[in-house]
Design a protein around this ligand. Sequence first.
Ligand code: CAA
Length: 381
Amino acid sequence: MLIELNEDQSLLRDEVRRFAEEVVRPLAKEIDAKGIFPRDTIRQAAELGLTGVCVPEEFGGAAMDTLSYCLVIEEISRVCASTGVILSVNNSLVCDPLTKFGNQEQKEKWLTPLASGELLGCFALTEPGAGSDAAALRTTAVRDGNDYILNGNKVFITNGTDADVALVFATTDMAQKHRGIACFIVAADTPGYSHGIHEYKLGVNASGTTELAFEDMRVPASQRLGEEGEGFKVAMSTLDGGRIGIAAQAVGIAQGAFEEALAYSQEREQFGRPISKFQAIQHYLADMSTELDAGRLLTWKAAWTKDNKKRFTLEAAQAKLFTSEMAQRVTNKALQIHGGYGYIREYNVERYFRDARITEIYEGTSEVQKMVIADWVLNKS
Ligand code: CAA
């Protein structure tokens, strides 16, 4: 495994960094404070190919590899974690499963507009009683001729406020537990599809998290993604890829906070000299930089494993576990280096600190990642 970016990847990183600095950063503070979903930014990101990074060109994507995708999510999250997760959901949790499990007709109809940014997607798996235990979901799908009728509720759906399309997981046979689950591609304007409350959160405030409710919602069987009973596999293998995206997001948030702290430590003077001259601060910076590199390498390893067509469940879980916890430590130290200024909204570090927290929760909590890792080291390696 090479730990050096190739020319295409380096160029991509530079281009995305420019976009992040010029377009995303100027809005980051305001959209966080006001909870504004940055639809126009996502449209501009789509023009650069960032809404369908790994999707084949014939379906409107940029046909890049997973490592490139990590660079995109890191660079965007380095300035705005909300924009980072919006893109990551559309890429990893919607375009990826459509690419992997969709038939030709589904790809033409749904994947192409989702990858090109004409439509935005969300991933509707979690329910009030089915979070970590995703197989316990209770949304039902009852076959009726050529259609299914869906009823149920979803919670904490990232992009839910603004998505045009949802991948909805529902059970056709509760008795079969995870083997009774199917996945459906559902347009948000389908009769019976409605939004519940828009959640007010600790962080990633611009990413539009909402409840979704389905009441006698009729979905054609042609919009079932994969077979009946295959939905849990679709969800799990999709989340393997999603966890690499969240690891990249955590690295981006930590990197952003680290850079703010590094600059501040060299400007801020106390006791007659910049605080970077004090060993206490130097040790913080040394730890932060080392942890960041370790997290980035784990993330790139997971991406490399996926790109090399090997099973990457273990690597993705390890990367997400480590980077999300690393991001707590790094953003916490960045805030500490800023002292009182780190605690007020004028400075960015308090936003990084708040945004980092969710990376330990969504797309599988740290405890779930440990379940996955332990299962691999005990039973599957
Ligand atoms: N890929 C493919 N198939 C998989 C798989 C994977 N990674 N992991 C498990 N499976 C299959 C198994 O092979 C098994 O299939 P068979 O019965 O046919 O052999 C089946 O799934 C059940 O496996 P388990 O018994 O291991 O499943 P479980 O019910 O014990 O659950 C779990 C395991 C890891 C805890 C899983 O439920 C899980 O990941 N939970 C967390 C859910 C989650 O991440 N939710 C995030 C919501 S989306 C989100 O957060 C988006 C956002 O906002 C940004």
